[in-house]
Design a protein around this ligand. Structure first.
Ligand code: BGC
Length: 351
């Protein structure tokens, strides 16, 4: 009897031990599982850049919410992007613009990793409202170009434009011909991409507010309306110099720009005349948003004031039909692309 009772108590203890061991095993497995799934989540969080985060979220949206029922599980459809808004959300407003410390192209490259070869960009988060070619007439102003690229690339990206930067270099040392270089920029950029809008910018002008959007409007736009050089106001009502934008239609309506203004001055006044003779008006940002700084410099060699400009401006109505994009002739000597811009060197001929 005692033996049976003894056996029963051994059996009892063994069973309790087995139950305890099972319980222990289940607890350890549970703890291990929970800790492991935590650390997997932490790993994902720590290794997400803002971009990869966006991609993950987008993928989740497409695979879980927007995939049509008929699409198989393996197919990931692309998320449909919306058009970018009129007021881009990343704009910051007034900007500090100064030219005392030189900048390097390396720095500009580092700060703009999203650029594609040739100084091209398009926003990832939405479809840009416009495809814009930034056209800069140029000769021997490398220091100014660095500042332009340094300030403008981040601004243009915040403005959510689909854009490219084109530096049109006049070869040789003949008198400078700004308007002809702009015409060449129009033709050459269209060979590369279906641009709808053209911003013509001097290399030494930087906007002081990123709400001054470098795009096209229903009328030709004058963007550099409030320059430090002129005490932050228009020097005269018809002033159209510095930075302007025209859509393809607006540009073609005025037969482009004049080709025969050699040396400094007058070509922008001729463009203003063309615009008003074709019944268009000039649109402008307000004087605060349109503030901009000019890099101080001496007049370039071979860019003396054009003494014929007053006479030329007085005859725009008669000349604009023949002289313009319809009569443009030039030779492209070289096209070079780097990460920050496309450089097109051209022979514009002689006066
Ligand atoms: C010239 C323009 C120039 C303006 C402001 C005018 O006399 O004809 O080309 O933009 O002055 O400097």
């Amino acid at each position: 009897m005692r033996d049976a009772a003894g056996n029963f108590s051994v059996l009892d203890r063994t069973c309790s031990l087995v139950v305890l061991l099972c319980f222990l095993h289940i607890s350890v497995t549970l703890i291990y599982y929970i800790r492991n799934s935590d650390s997997r989540q932490t790993f994902v969080q720590n290794h997400q850049t803002p971009q990869s985060h966006r991609k993950l979220t987008e993928q989740r949206v497409t695979t879980e919410e927007t995939r049509p029922p008929s699409v198989s599980n393996d197919t990931v459809t692309e998320r449909k992007l919306e058009t970018c808004p009129d007021n881009p959300p990343k704009l910051v407003g007034p900007l500090r613009v100064e030219f005392s410390d030189p900048v390097t192209l390396d720095l500009v490259r580092e700060q703009n990793p999203a650029l594609q070869p040739g100084g091209r960009f398009k926003p990832e988060e939405c479809i840009a409202q416009q495809k814009v070619a930034m056209i800069i007439p140029f000769r021997n102003r490398d220091e100014h170009l660095k500042f332009w690229l340094y300030y403008m690339h981040p601004i243009l990206q915040r403005q959510q434009l689909d854009y490219g930067v084109y530096v049109i270099v006049q070869d040789g040392d003949e008198l400078f011909n700004r308007a002809k270089l702009l015409n060449i920029g129009y033709v050459e950029t269209l060979k590369e991409y279906d641009y709808q809008c053209f911003v013509f910018s001097d290399v030494d002008l930087i906007p002081m507010d990123d709400r001054n959007i470098y795009k096209c409007f229903s009328q030709p736009r004058h963007l550099s309306v409030s320059m430090d050089k002129f005490g932050f106001r228009l020097p005269y009502t018809q002033f159209f110099g510095g930075v302007s934008s025209l859509s393809k239609e607006q540009y073609l309506k005025i037969n482009g720009f004049p080709n025969n203004y050699w040396g400094w001055g007058g070509e922008d006044d001729d463009i203003f005349n063309r615009i008003s003779f074709k019944g268009m008006s000039v649109s402008r940002p307000d004087g605060v948003i349109g503030r901009c700084r000019m890099i101080r410099h001496n007049r370039d060699d071979k860019n003396d004031p054009n003494p014929q400009r007053f006479d030329q401006i007085a005859h725009t109505r008669q000349t604009m039909g023949q002289d313009g994009i319809s009569s443009l002739s030039y030779k492209v000597l070289k096209v070079e692309k780097n990460q920050l811009f496309t450089k097109i060197t051209v022979d514009v001929g002689k006066p």
